[in-house]
Structure formats: structure tokens, C-alpha cells
Design a protein around this ligand. Structure first.
Ligand code: MN
Ligand code: MN
Length: 306
């Protein structure tokens, strides 16, 4: 039997990378032969965390050739997973997203909870299995919770996420108010990214009632600074729309300090955005006050109006 690979979604964010490493640690301690891998490049926030804990990134894989079994973390939708995912055995899923387009031919361990981060669920799995959590593994889970909840400010954050992060921070000896903000800020340094790179940092494809779309999100400490690049960003968006035959490209530029998102929307289905949020796009853009979560404040809002 070949090793079971563990990975998060394409365009991996911090939770996808750290949860792969953490799940691999947990499964190894439970006696399974596994390896954490990743499906793409990751951002500076994740790099900051790996550097802090002096860890190597999981190995990048291009495809699932020769792979027999996998475990998924931080996602379940096949469209966001590895190409060929329908041809391998999925042994386990640990996730905190909506379930969509997911089907297996054999039984599996499926653990989904409506919490703010996969890290929070993994923390529970350690406790339930009575497995000791090392400071490094605790630091990775705490970092993921800070990342996914924007330091507990996102509406996706639950009391369970905060409680888990506190306990994990104590084990890892981290001051989350300081470390967490440094970590989030590291991810907002996008000056050396091309517009194409910027659009792929955290982008996910969705299909809603026949409308195909890409919903991308970038974190920033200054919306005006990012909007200086609007023309360049729109050109890159238009190319992706043409290449992938999309009806809509939705980019949320999220101000992590003030908890707002400036949206740039392009495509033939931008009317969906205007209808869903009862706004008018001017020059392809609009500010959505208080919107920071794709999972809770973007995907369901668009879905309900598509
Ligand atoms: Mn994620
Ligand atoms: Mn997540």
C-alpha cells in the first residue's frame, strides 16, 4: 500500500497547509502511514508561520498518479480538490465548509463542524483520542484559527474556536494578540505579487444555479493602496474570465483592521452581485461594510440570489 496523502484545497490558505501537517501528525500517532502534501503555492502569512516554527512546507504534488488513498482537510468540494480525486479512495475528511458535489463509493470518516477553522476540529480530535499536542503542533493549530477567524473578528468565529486557540496558544507559548497580528500583517504584503498571482492567492471556483464563478479574496491593511492597482487587477480578471469561460469573477479585498471588503466584480453576471447585496457597482467596484467572510457573507448570499 502506498502512503495515504493528506491535503487541503487548491490555492492553499494557512488552514489548508497547517491542517495537512497537523492531520499528518495525528494520523501518524494513530498508527497510519501518511504524508502531508499541498496542491499549490501558499502566501506570505503561511510562510511566516512555517518560518516561526522552523518547519518545511508540505511537498507540492501535481497530480494523484499512483496514489491509492487520501484524506482531505479544510475542503470537500471536488472542484476545489486535486484533479482525479474521484478516482482515489477518500479515507477521511475533516472540514468546516458547506458540503457540495461530494460523493464516494465506500464508507469514510467524515467529520464536519460549523466552526471557524479546521484547526479547531483537529484540536478536538487530539483530545478525543488522548493524543498529546506538542508546542509546534499547537502553534500550527492556533495560527490557523487566527488566520481563518481574522483574530476572532470574523462572523465565522465561534466560542469553540476562541477557546481552542487560547488553550493551544498556552501550549505553544504564544501571545496571540502580538503574534497573530504580525502573522496576519505578513500576509498583506502583496507589493511584489503580479495581478495574476494576487488573484490566485485565495481563489475558489463555484457554480451556482448554472452561473460559474471564481470568488477570490485578498487581505490588506489598506484598501486604497490595493485599489491603486484596480486597472491591472481587472485586466488579469478579464483574462481569467475568458480562459475559464466564467460568468463572474468576484474579488473581495478585505481590510483586516476595519473589517470591510472592497469588491471588484467582472463578467456577464455582475447583476447577481448588485441584486444579492442591493448595491450598484460603480466602475466595477463597491464597498461592502462588515463583510469579511467568503463562507458566511459571500457564498450563501450569492447562492440565495443566483
Ligand atoms: Mn481554507
Ligand atoms: Mn479553513
Amino acid at each position: 500500500m502506498s502512503k495515504t496523502l493528506i491535503f487541503g484545497h487548491k490555492n492553499p490558505d494557512t488552514d489548508s497547509i497547517t491542517s495537512s501537517l497537523v492531520m499528518a501528525d495525528l494520523q501518524t500517532k494513530l498508527g497510519h502511514d501518511v504524508e502531508a502534501v499541498r496542491l499549490g503555492e501558499f502566501g506570505k502569512e503561511t510562510q511566516y508561520i512555517l518560518d516561526h516554527f522552523q518547519l518545511e512546507a508540505p511537498r507540492l504534488i501535481e497530480n494523484l498518479d499512483g496514489v491509492e488513498s487520501v484524506m482531505l482537510v479544510d475542503h470537500n468540494e471536488f472542484g476545489q480538490s486535486a484533479d482525479g480525486i474521484e478516482n482515489v479512495r477518500i479515507l477521511a475528511v475533516v472540514d468546516h465548509h458547506r458540503m457540495a458535489n461530494f460523493q464516494t463509493s465506500e464508507p469514510l470518516l467524515y467529520r464536519a463542524e460549523p466552526v471557524g477553522c479546521t484547526g479547531t476540529i483537529l484540536y478536538k480530535l487530539y483530545r478525543e483520542n488522548n493524543i498529546e499536542i506538542t508546542p509546534t503542533i499547537a502553534g500550527l493549530m492556533a495560527s490557523a484559527i487566527v488566520s481563518d477567524t481574522l483574530l476572532f473578528k470574523s462572523p465565522t468565529c465561534t466560542p469553540q474556536d476562541e477557546a481552542a486557540a487560547k488553550e493551544l496558544a498556552a501550549i505553544a507559548n504564544l501571545d496571540l494578540a502580538v503574534y497573530g497580528l504580525e502573522m496576519l500583517k505578513a500576509g498583506t504584503d502583496l507589493s511584489d505579487y503580479s495581478a495574476e498571482q494576487l488573484l490566485s492567492i485565495d481563489a475558489k471556483p463555484f457554480e451556482m444555479n448554472g452561473i460559474t464563478m471564481e470568488i477570490a479574496q485578498v487581505n490588506t491593511a489598506s484598501i486604497p493602496e490595493m485599489m491603486e492597482r484596480q486597472a491591472e487587477i481587472e485586466a488579469a480578471m478579464a483574462t481569467i474570465i475568458a480562459d475559464r469561460n466564467l460568468d463572474l469573477f468576484f474579488l473581495a479585498i478585505t481590510d483586516i483592521i476595519n473589517s470591510n471588503s472592497q469588491v471588484i466584480a467582472l463578467g456577464t453576471a455582475t447583476g447577481l452581485v448588485e441584486k444579492a447585496y442591493e448595491v450598484t457597482l460603480e466602475n466595477n467596484t463597491v464597498l461592502l461594510p462588515g463583510v469579511v467572510s467568503r463562507k458566511k457573507q459571500i457564498v450563501p448570499v450569492l447562492q440565495n440570489n443566483a
